[in-house]
Design a protein around this ligand. Sequence first.
Ligand SMILES: C[S@@+](CC[C@H](N)C(=O)[O-])C[C@H]1O[C@@H](n2cnc3c(N)ncnc32)[C@H](O)[C@@H]1O
Length: 349
Amino acid sequence: MAAPGKVAAFCLPPLPTVREIIKLFRLKAQKQLSQNFLLDLRLTDKIVRQAGDLKNAHVCEVGPGPGGITRSILSGGVEQLLLIEKDARFIPGLQMLSEAAPGKVQIVHGDILTYRMEKAFPKHLKRNWEDEPPNIHIIGNLPFSVSTPLIIKWLENVSKKNGPFIYGRTQMTLTFQKEVAERLTANPGGKQRSRLSIMSQHLCTVENCFVIPGQAFVPKPEVDVAVVRFTPLVQPKIEQPFELVEKVVRSVFQFRRKYCFRGIETLFPESGRLKRTEQLMMTANVDPTLRSFQLSMSQFRSLCNTYRKMCDEDPNLFAYNYREELKQKKNSSLKSTSWPEQTEEEDQL
Ligand SMILES: C[S@@+](CC[C@H](N)C(=O)[O-])C[C@H]1O[C@@H](n2cnc3c(N)ncnc32)[C@H](O)[C@@H]1O
């Protein structure tokens, strides 16, 4: 793992402070966009240090806002900084930063959820997947509503080696709500062990770096925040397509507090469900009375590999959708009776 980097490799010319930029451009945080700013440069430096040594690095910062983290990244002596910001009000302030570091900053007014990063960096930075990560980093303090769907999308990109990972094992340093960070890094048996734990840890080394108390942000969010660093693994712990792993993991965690076979059953159509569930659990050598959060990564691997074999033998199996079947059953029973059918209570994720 790269040692935490130094930040002050490059001195920016005198600039208005982040607070002054906020005042100058009247950048009031918008609640509906969950904007919470970091104004303390010691803290933004600390976040950026988690990414490692940024000297001559190529960095994409997501959601730079008034530019606190942006300054820390530029002070790290980067070669290129790509800023992707959805809120147009921040662009003039970011342009001031760009002028202070001529030729280095590219500002994109856009949405990171749809932005295509395949061509964002020079081709010569590409590394083979097995090599050390390329000198490309993604850094961001995003709203919680964006960071979770975004990490799921990027994990899928890691699995398919596309998007930002077309360059190799691009590293990411991102903020999450503290609880989500705990889920991302939870071990088997842990209270926070969930779908996110398996989906992230089978593809990446995931480190929960440190917690930022809510009061460090302006305005203060309801929750604390954690900085999480992801480095894609050379070899995923589960070598199956992303969609298959997702389906198995989603099924297992469907009934979190029940025996895991209850969730696994939902991978199979009603006819033959019990027999096929038994077959899967026995071949994968997983105790059906374990709870989903107790399962280890190797047990998930075993379940995914066995389910893959079953899908290869029955080409209709992967398309089977338990919820769809449940919905159809519910509709037909509603037609035949005036009483709504009682459905099983499902545990929350
Ligand atoms: C929590 S604020 C953080 C701002 C700044 N990075 C900081 O730490 O002070 C999140 C920033 O992400 C931007 N943002 C929100 N959704 C976005 C999206 N989908 N794509 C790009 N930027 C987004 C917001 O406009 C805001 O500037």
